[in-house]
Design a binder for this molecule. Sequence first.
Ligand code: FPP
Length: 241
Amino acid sequence: MEPTGLHVAIIMDGNGRWAQARGLPRVAGHRAGVEAVRRVVRAAPALGISTLTLYAFSADNWQRPQPEVTILMRLVHEYLLTETHPWAAHGIRVSVIGRRDRLSRGLREVIEAAEVATGQGGALHLRLAVDYSAREAIFRAACRFYKVTELSRDSFARVLGEVNHDGAADVDLLIRTGGEQRLSDFLLWESAYAELIFTPRMWPEFGAEDLDEAIAEFRARERRFGRVPDAAAGCGQRATQ
Ligand code: FPP
């Protein structure tokens, strides 16, 4: 059963700039980024997060220099290998969204093993987006959708979930680190009503306190989903888009 807390999605940007500012190679930033991943995964359940989706590698990231691509894939591989047992022990269920046909066989096997070993976890659903593109996923879902007889947004979301390998749950809060303010082809369908937070902090510096602050800001916002504010609802106003 899917847990019922917040779904937080994070675009983990700024690894390269963090490293370069310290005279280090970009890959040092990615390694430090893995430590930030560990910090937010540890902190998430206590902050009321039940689903955490992290953008680890976009479909467009294949265009980076080959050594950087190799390191990023290796980091994801090592992270899954080392964390699978602790995740299983702490009730963390992991799954990977995105295309799998362009990943190495070794990585695909590690992903499948981690998903099986942690499948019963109920404390947190951790989703890693690897070779992920929201447009590609929506396009693939549209290509499959013609076979579906029930034409509704819910049934389209189900097909999109199959394409993603793991559902298409709505995002409550989307955070992007690193100072840029764009979505970079991440969870475009699922973020239709997400609250967005852009922080200048570089991903390797991001920690539990930053996540806590972002959640506090999220909770202070009024989510209206196209409706009027609660206070105005009794004043004869009509719902708008
Ligand atoms: C963007 O920073 C970050 C990425 C493309 C990769 C994110 C990967 C990790 C945090 C490590 C591996 C992930 C896991 C889950 C083990 P950038 O390098 O584009 O930053 P820049 O904009 O400063 O160049």
